[in-house]
Write a protein that binds this ligand. Structure first.
Ligand SMILES: [Zn+2]
Length: 225
């Protein structure tokens, strides 16, 4: 009697284990499906620069985790490579439907998203991988993969990296802020205000970008053209 009871318990345990494995399998299968389904389709009607798209619905789309050199920086000349970045983005997306994922809004009311073409090309990734934009750290998914793409672009010196990394100013020391993940020049008053707890010292521009810090607006060494 006791033996048959043990056998019955064992069978129940085996059944429960199979049920558990099946649940895990279906969870991953369908969670993947629902992530795929979360795609908002939009049409571009123009671009402001290499990271901002004007949409046909009147909204502005800011490509997430990406920052491109600016056209008419602070109302003046454009930053080095800004026009090339803008042209690259526009040629990539014009007359094509965009699929937006991980969609949120920023504090200016712009849409913030990862954007894909129908053939699966990931626009945010391509901009960084080809040296038309740099990685702009922010919370959320895809930080690691985009930083890896930037490291490859830097190593291969594609796009703007060849000139940017060989600027005389690129050899100086930079001060990073571990909290904001931005870096400043040594001369910058905001850089000097970073507390020792949050300060990270980089021996070159290469090192600052390599570790995924982005240039602070207050003291960027990015050349104009
Ligand atoms: Zn600064």
């Amino acid at each position: 009697m006791k033996v048959s009871c043990l056998v019955a318990n064992f069978r129940i345990l085996l059944l429960l284990r199979r049920l558990f494995v099946a649940c895990i399998f279906f969870y991953f299968l369908f969670s993947g499906f629902f992530v795929e389904a979360k795609c908002v389709f939009v049409f571009p009607r123009g671009v402001a620069d290499g990271d901002t798209v004007f949409l046909s619905n009147g909204l502005h789309l800011r490509l997430a985790l990406v920052d491109a050199p600016e056209i008419n920086y602070e109302g003046g000349l454009s930053q080095y490579y800004a026009k090339k970045s803008k042209n690259f983005l526009w040629h990539l997306i014009k007359h094509r439907q965009l699929c937006l994922r991980n969609l949120t809004k920023d504090r200016f009311g712009r849409l913030l998203a990862q954007a894909y073409l129908e053939d699966g090309k990931w626009i945010n990734f391509l901009l960084i991988r080809k040296g038309y934009a740099f990685y702009f750290p922010h919370k959320g998914e895809f930080n690691k993969i985009l930083l890896r793409a930037q490291r490859l672009a830097m190593q291969e010196e594609v796009g703007f990296w060849k000139r940017i990394l060989s600027l005389p100013a690129a050899a100086q020391v930079f001060l990073g802020n571990k909290k904001s993940r931005r870096f400043h020049t040594l001369e910058c008053k905001f850089g000097r205000k970073i507390s020792s707890r949050h300060r990270r010292i980089f021996s070159s521009l290469y090192e600052a970008f390599y570790f995924g810090y982005a240039p602070a607006r207050c003291c960027t060494i990015w050349p104009l053209e």
